[in-house]
Design a protein around this ligand. Structure first.
Ligand SMILES: [Zn+2]
Length: 222
């Protein structure tokens, strides 16, 4: 038996070690990529929760009128719910009610528009436009991991002239509390649109102490 039969030549040994290191490196890259993909789409990868369709919040009727499934606003992307994302419509026209926002979402010009949200609340009605377990594009953060779109239910509060804004906010607080209860979320799940992007929304609720007051209202309805 020669030395060569027993021991691999030194250069072969070296090559083998280098090969092993490379393989380990690749394995690390693959594991890292896998984790990035899984974590990036956490809400979307999770088992979707069963969506609820409330009919009455306090004394306010909830009208479910889902955006047609062939519209671009209906992403069809199912996910779990982590946030309730509060918006204000920013439209002070007297006609900018929940009903008219619902009509807008159903209009032909919205057919190819991906912007969509789940609820619009005014002083006397709530419209439900999108199943809660379906992603809507309302938080200006695409499908950012743990983001407002990927994981949030979007609620628009009307600020229409002639409407009772405080009542609309109260209705939104009741709806938010109801959704927190239904999806087993805490008060910390209540977010502003502005938490996910550099946008001053909900504009009025972000002034002074109004946001803290809103959270207190939500807490009182839990
Ligand atoms: Zn907003």
């Amino acid at each position: 038996m020669t030395e060569l039969d027993t021991f691999p030549p030194r250069h072969q040994k070296k090559q083998k070690r280098r090969y092993r290191l490379t393989r380990r490196g690749w394995l690390a890259v693959v594991i890292l990529l896998f984790l990035v993909v899984v974590l990036a789409e956490q809400c979307i990868k999770d088992k979707p929760q069963e969506a609820i369709y409330p009919e009455l919040i306090g004394n306010v009727a909830v009208i479910t009128d889902l955006i047609p499934s062939e519209y671009a606003g209906r992403t069809g992307i199912k996910r779990t719910i982590k946030w309730i994302v509060i918006h204000e419509t920013g439209n002070t026209a007297a006609s900018a009610t929940a009903e008219n926002h619902n009509s807008f979402l159903h209009s032909e010009k919205q057919m190819n528009n991906t912007t969509s949200w789940h609820y619009t609340v005014d002083d006397h009605e709530i419209y439900h436009h999108l199943p809660d377990d379906e992603v809507g594009y309302h938080a200006s953060d695409q499908l950012t991991p743990d983001g407002g779109n990927a994981c949030g239910i979007g609620i628009e509060i009307c600020v229409n002239d002639g409407g009772d804004y405080q009542q609309a906010v109260d209705n939104a607080a009741r709806l938010t509390a109801y959704l927190l209860d239904s999806y087993d979320l805490g008060l910390k799940a209540v977010k502003q649109h502005g938490d996910f992007t550099n946008k001053n929304c909900p504009e009025r609720l972000r002034e002074g102490e109004h946001w803290e007051e809103f959270l207190k209202q939500v807490k009182q309805y839990l």
